[in-house]
Write a protein that binds this ligand. Structure first.
Ligand SMILES: *[C@@H]1O[C@H](CO)[C@@H](O)[C@H](O)[C@H]1NC(C)=O
Ligand SMILES: *[C@@H]1O[C@H](CO)[C@@H](O)[C@H](O)[C@H]1NC(C)=O
Ligand SMILES: *[C@@H]1O[C@H](CO)[C@@H](O)[C@H](O)[C@H]1NC(C)=O
Ligand SMILES: *[C@@H]1O[C@H](CO)[C@@H](O)[C@H](O)[C@H]1NC(C)=O
Ligand SMILES: *[C@@H]1O[C@H](CO)[C@@H](O)[C@H](O)[C@H]1NC(C)=O
Length: 490
């Protein structure tokens, strides 16, 4: 009996499968990408959404933010250093990439570089036999997460600093040590700081070498090549934020005059260099006894103005002078992670009664594609149309105060203007959110809780037709901001 059932149902499946293939008119091919587009490692990096920075070094022991390079290496003495604790704090909070400051401006190296004695090798920590980079490398490998390294070009200790040829060789020699002895490195972080000393950094030679030694690594600097500085250290991207810039118009280390350019990107930029928001959980980058972590509300604001504006958040959590992440920082990080999980736990738009659109590119790229979390499937209006709308009937009046929109950025970032409308019983069609760019992810926190059944995403204009919308979500964020106003418009 059961055999028969199995037989019957498999026959049915075969019948259904061949039936659906019968009409067999091939689907139209997907739209052409609009350049520039992200590389596969940039896409992978963007999907992480957030990563952790560890500022730890001589400054941790001298209560300083920028050391002079004259510090006695014996001041570096973490009594309980445990990189596994750093990694478990990061991993438990949902992070998959941590970036360590291997050398800051003071020149003190957290690994025993053979090109200087200003390093852990000259400290009493582990009798000069310790290696923080190694301990962190082992810890991330055990935990199955990824590692990035910051190697400061500015070095206030190194005697050759100021001599362009000698110091460039020195810097690249240290970079080679880091990129050949510690396994896979996923991101290399550097900037153009140089105090007021006149010297030239050979960025092209550095970048080519880094990519040669670690093909999987992204390079961060003001101007990329792979990810760019967002132009501030507050975690605030522009409300308009393009992943593109023109790399040739950015001078690394001289971004003062173009902070806004970095913050907003460039609709006409020829290079895909998505922004990264580095910001500290505390006031300073290094741990100071007198400072405390920011509160959850400030961190959520940062989350919304970074991840919610097409950026990756790089949140600094500095280990203390014992060599451990302080309890108050671990707690705050866990609270942030719990909040983010809670906010996005229920997508109220996941299974609407219906979803319709102004037009569709093809059956394969119909409006239902925005309901899947997969950002490589998308809804798109007809070829040649730079505008269009998508409407969801939620089936019943629904409360929400947060809208999530994602573009299929693998095909290029396109949307220039968009808005979200709801059908209000008292006011008719009402705009509850509007904005310019979308990019990988755009989050709109609404000022009030909205109660609506019909919700419309309107794409008003795109830099190239057609726009591709990968995902649309509605949420009820229980951590509201703006004065915690919980009144409802319906
Ligand atoms: C480091 O080397 C310099 C000379 O290159 C020397 O003057 C200094 O004493 C050394 N410091 C340590 C801590 O060994
Ligand atoms: C350069 O910086 C040093 C230390 O920061 C300072 O003492 C010196 O006055 C500066 N020189 C100039 C020319 O600004
Ligand atoms: C290191 O990265 C390469 C590709 O860049 C990959 O093939 C290899 O499996 C990675 N090794 C480890 C240990 O993850
Ligand atoms: C560093 O953090 C640990 C908790 O992980 C704590 O036990 C220790 O006292 C802290 N050290 C300092 C100097 O605050
Ligand atoms: C919102 O409510 C939380 C928790 O009650 C409170 O800590 C926070 O200060 C409030 N924010 C504003 C802007 O009133």
């Amino acid at each position: 009996m059961s055999c028969l059932l199995v037989l019957c149902s498999s026959l049915l499946v075969i019948a259904a499968a061949s039936d659906s293939k019968l009409p067999s008119s091939p689907p139209p091919p997907p739209p052409l990408p609009v350049l520039p587009i992200p590389s596969s490692k940039q896409l992978h990096w963007q999907r992480r959404e957030r990563s952790i920075f560890f500022h730890f070094g001589m400054n941790t022991f001298t209560d300083s933010e920028t050391g002079t390079g004259l510090e006695d290496p014996r001041l570096f003495f973490p009594t309980h250093l445990n990189a596994r604790q750093w990694v478990s704090v990061a991993k438990d909070a949902g992070f998959t990439l941590v970036v360590l400051v291997a050398k800051h401006h003071d020149g003190f190296c957290l690994w025993p570089s053979k090109y200087t004695n200003h390093s852990v090798a000259s400290s009493f920590w582990k009798s000069g036999k310790g290696d923080v980079v190694r301990e962190l490398t082992d810890a991330v490998a055990e935990a199955g997460i990824d590692l990035g390294l910051y190697l400061s070009p500015w070095d206030r200790h190194e005697p050759s600093y100021g001599n362009t040829l000698d110091y460039n060789k020195h810097y690249l020699a240290q970079m080679r040590e880091l990129l050949t002895n510690y396994g896979n490195i996923s991101e290399v972080w550097l900037d153009g700081a140089k105090g007021n000393i006149s010297m030239e950094y050979k960025f092209d030679e550095w970048f080519e070498t880094i990519h040669q030694l670690q093909p999987g690594a992204l390079i961060f600097s003001d101007a990329g090549p792979d990810t760019r500085w967002v132009g501030d250290e507050q975690g605030r991207a522009g409300a308009t934020c393009w992943s593109m810039v023109r790399r040739s118009s950015i001078q690394i280390g001289n971004s003062g005059p173009i902070l806004q350019y970095l913050n907003q990107g460039d609709e006409h930029g020829s290079d895909w260099v998505p922004p990264e928001c580095d910001v500290s959980i505390r006031t300073g980058w290094f741990w100071h006894r007198s400072e405390r972590p920011k509160d959850l509300w400030s961190l959520l604001d940062i989350y919304y103005t970074s991840v919610g504006r097409n950026c990756v958040l790089l949140l600094n959590v500095p280990p203390n002078s014992s060599g451990l992440i302080s309890d108050e920082d671990s707690k705050t990080l866990r609270a942030l992670s719990t909040a983010i999980t809670t906010i996005f736990s229920v997508n109220l738009a996941a299974s609407p009664l219906s979803v319709t659109a102004s037009s569709a590119y093809s059956t394969e790229h119909g409006p239902h594609q925005v309901l899947t979390p997969d950002i490589s499937s998308f809804w798109s209006p007809r070829e040649g149309e730079a505008a269009g709308w998508l409407m969801l009937d939620l089936g019943k009046p629904t409360l929400f105060n947060l809208v999530k929109i994602q573009e299929a950025i693998a095909w290029g970032q396109r949307v220039r203007y968009h808005r979200v409308d709801v059908l209000s019983v008292t006011r008719g069609w009402t705009t509850v959110a509007q904005g310019t760019t979308i990019g990988y992810k755009r989050l709109h926190r609404l000022k009030l809780i909205v109660k609506a059944q019909l919700v419309k995403l309107v794409i008003l204009d795109s830099r190239a037709a057609p726009p591709l919308v990968a995902s649309f979500g509605l949420y009820l964020d229980p951590y509201p901001h703006v004065g915690n106003d919980t009144s409802v418009i319906s």
